[in-house]
Design a protein around this ligand. Structure first.
Ligand code: ATP
Ligand code: MG
Length: 421
């Protein structure tokens, strides 16, 4: 029961952890990426500031007096100066030619001649550059007299970011792995006290119902002794008390069984059991009751269906089912109990042509104290614990129990158990 809760709680802790890790990764990535981008922008601005000192404008001509290289702080930044006709000024350096002759730069050059500044990304064999292409203006007339291009490498930004992503992925993977373990540990720690309290509660219920049995037996023995001697109105009282005490004993017995089962204090003593023998036996045992109620009992046996089971529990299971069938079948009806081996499973079916169960009640009949027809079953003495015990017995034997019912037509309960070869 707690295993499901443990898994759910651990999963919640885990999802929370993954979300926190994910947020952390995103924040780190964006902060670093922004810082690097700002640094690249600042470098470019610095380089443009320096490049402005590398040429002189006289009238409509521009003369380049640098070498296309800047001072050490921006050493890998290159510059080029063009006059208004697009002629390169100064000594063109061969290694810069390829970079600056990239076809994607012709549009920016045209734009610069028209007075606009454009940043373009251009890559040569080794690096990715941002090329800032801007107009050179005559300071007095503000006429465009040439074009300045400043190229600065930016692949280090992407390289640094992909390095960061790799490290974040590895760190997060380790974090997720450790987080899964920690989630399980934390969940089991938080559930431990609840599970302990629950187990104590179960044991308490089991002990309490067990303790009730002895005084009940004593009361019953004494009232029965009284009933034997009583006469007149006393007799009616005594027999009513006997009836009630019998009912109470049955309920306490059933409750004890369920409480002990919950507290895992009930043993299942498995032995090879021939189901046909069990059913034949039970038929003989229940025949008088069936006769009294006017119900016909019909066995449908097929020999050789053996299971590994606790004989007493299997008898208890079938008695619960036969008792239900007989209780809900009016006089003149029929209850059939079949045993068959099918698809490697042992199948016992208890079918009746009695009242049936309303479909609204069908999903609930295995619940404790659930009775479909409360008024009627009260007078029949049912407490609604029979099928809950039946379900426990079937589960304890790794079996399955399925109820099919049509109101007014009848009910069929099929139990399937692993067969013993
Ligand atoms: N064969 C059946 N035909 C019609 N209704 C059934 C049949 N078997 C079970 N039910 C319905 O399911 C309910 C639950 O059955 P269950 O055996 O758990 O309790 P109960 O028979 O009322 O009481 P208990 O078995 O504890 O004496 C019953 O009250 C009844 O309404
Ligand atoms: Mg019952």
């Amino acid at each position: 029961m707690f295993r499901g809760a443990l898994a759910r709680l651990a999963a919640q802790y885990f999802v929370l952890l993954v979300l926190i890790l994910g947020c952390f990764d995103l924040i780190v990535y964006f902060t670093v990426s922004e810082a690097l981008q700002t640094k690249a922008d600042n470098d470019l601005r610095l380089a443009i500031g320096q490049a402005n000192k590398d040429f002189a404008v006289t009238g409509d001509t521009v003369t380049f007096n640098g070498q296309g290289l800047l001072d050490p702080s921006v050493a890998d930044t290159f510059i080029r100066v063009l006059d208004i006709k697009g002629q390169e000024q100064g000594q063109p350096r061969p290694e810069l030619k390829k970079l600056f002759n990239d076809p994607s730069l012709s549009a920016p050059i045209a734009a610069a001649k028209a007075g606009r500044t454009v940043d373009t990304r251009v890559s040569n064999a080794t690096d990715l550059y941002v090329v800032d292409t801007r107009p050179i203006l005559n300071p007095k007339s503000h006429k465009v007299v040439g074009v300045l291009q400043v190229a600065q490498p930016v692949s280090w930004v992407d390289d640094a970011l992909s390095g960061l992503v790799r490290q974040l992925v590895v760190a997060s993977a380790i974090g997720i792995l450790l987080g899964a373990l920690a989630s399980l540990l934390m969940a089991s720690r938080s559930l431990r006290p609840i599970s302990r309290a629950f187990q104590r509660q179960r044991e308490f219920v089991a002990d309490a119902s067990h303790e009730l049995r002895t005084p009940l037996t004593l009361i019953r023995t004494n009232v029965e002794a009284w009933l034997r001697r009583a006469n007149g109105s006393n007799r009616a009282y005594a027999s009513s008390i006997v009836e009630e005490v019998e009912q109470l004993s049955r309920i306490v017995g059933d409750l004890t069984t369920l409480a002990l089962a919950d507290a895992k204090q009930l043993r299942i003593d498995r032995e090879p059991v021939e189901l046909n023998d069990v059913v034949r036996d039970l038929m003989t045992q229940t025949e008088p009751l069936a006769e009294e109620r006017g119900v016909r009992l019909r066995p449908d046996l097929n020999g050789g269906v053996r299971v590994e089971a606790d004989l007493l529990r299997v008898r208890q299971l079938l008695l619960i089912l036969i008792d239900n069938a007989m209780t809900h079948t009016p006089s003149g009806g029929e209850v059939s109990v079949g045993v068959i081996r099918r698809d490697g499973r042992a199948r016992v079916t208890v079918a009746d042509n009695g009242d049936g169960i309303p479909s609204a009640d069908l999903p609930h009949i295995f619940e404790r104290f659930y009775r479909a027809d409360k008024a009627r079953t009260r007078e029949n003495g049912g407490s609604g614990l029979g099928l809950a015990i039946a379900k426990w017995i079937v589960d304890a034997h790794n079996g399955e129990i399925v109820v099919k019912s049509a109101e007014g037509k009848g009910t069929e309960v099929a139990v399937s158990l692993p067969v013993l070869d």
